[in-house]
Ligand binder design. Sequence first.
Ligand SMILES: Cc1ncc(COP(=O)(O)O)c(C=O)c1O
Length: 375
Amino acid sequence: MAIPYGRQSISDEDIAAVVETLSTDWLTMGPKVTEFEAAIAQRAGTTDAAAVSSGTAALHAAYAGIGVGKGDEVITSPMTFVATAATAALQGATIRFADVQPDTANIDPAAVEALVSASTRVIAGVDYAGHPVDLDELAVIARSAGAVLLEDAAHSIASTYRGRPVGSIADITTFSFFPTKNLTTAEGGAIVATDDALLRGAREFSKQGLVRDPARLRYPDEGAWHQEVHEFGINYRLPDVLAALGLSQLTRLDAFKARRTAIFERYQAELADLDGLGLPVRRDYVDPMWHLFPVRVKDGRRREVFDYMRANGVLVQVNYIPAYWHPVFEDLGYQRGMCPVAEQFYAEEISLPMFAALSDDDQSRVIDVLRAALA
Ligand SMILES: Cc1ncc(COP(=O)(O)O)c(C=O)c1O
């Protein structure tokens, strides 16, 4: 059987949790969502979290909650899934791509600093492969620019930075619970913030903009049915059925992390002697939950190695095409060559299978096939 690059781990308990929720009164907008939000906040080291329907929804709601709009600039990494930039562009912002560090592929604070202007509204870092960005340096730049620091932590729930959980440091942090991610709700995501007003704005946007808090109603005497929209929003709610899956998955998050760490360390040990291959690095001040195992294939051999591995049952992936290479950005005038370090990284990168349910035998097969490809 072919080995995917990522896949979910679903237990009997996960299935039971979903089935049980299906026979309650609350398929959506119920207690499982509230419970899941509290559990995510606890893991992220915050007081609250907003559950939403995807990582893309989390980003969109975060930008909307910040108030990003026309005339604003958002500085982000090109080494990401396009949603990090696309959702800000949908709000009308201009995207400025800052180049990445050659080893971590995370946004380079020096490149960010060079792009800061009076219009900078958000600096959006992406924890590539699960390795946190340089949050302290980015926070200093964001503060002096009067901008919000957003962390796209789609890859990095349960990672830590200088001993603190991802989610507890940036102004606002977004997670994705897509099946290949570190935990899943099928589709899903969440937002946490260190600033309550930012979380409130994002949450409201994800619930059609509805305001129910009596203290904030413009017309408080209408009756118990009354609710108001003060800003337009979208329905990005996560249903209880999926929150139940997330809650069940969360009980195994530490086990997932331990297994991913073991897979990471075995790849490092058994691939270290391969000359034509670059391996991922870890800064000594982070403890990542590894979402990807990105290797770099030298000597212009990436395509050949990728095709060989796929043809031999190892369904490797490439993460990512630089975001501004997408035709939608090209049509806006973004040109290739803008972030040469990211482009070089992309030209060499292959993501090897990395997921908690990867067996030792399957990892051996991945290593053998990669060795054969490079021989
Ligand atoms: C870095 C990054 N940001 C955002 C997303 C979007 O998440 P989702 O697929 O849950 O919408 C993903 C996942 O695809 C991602 O990898």
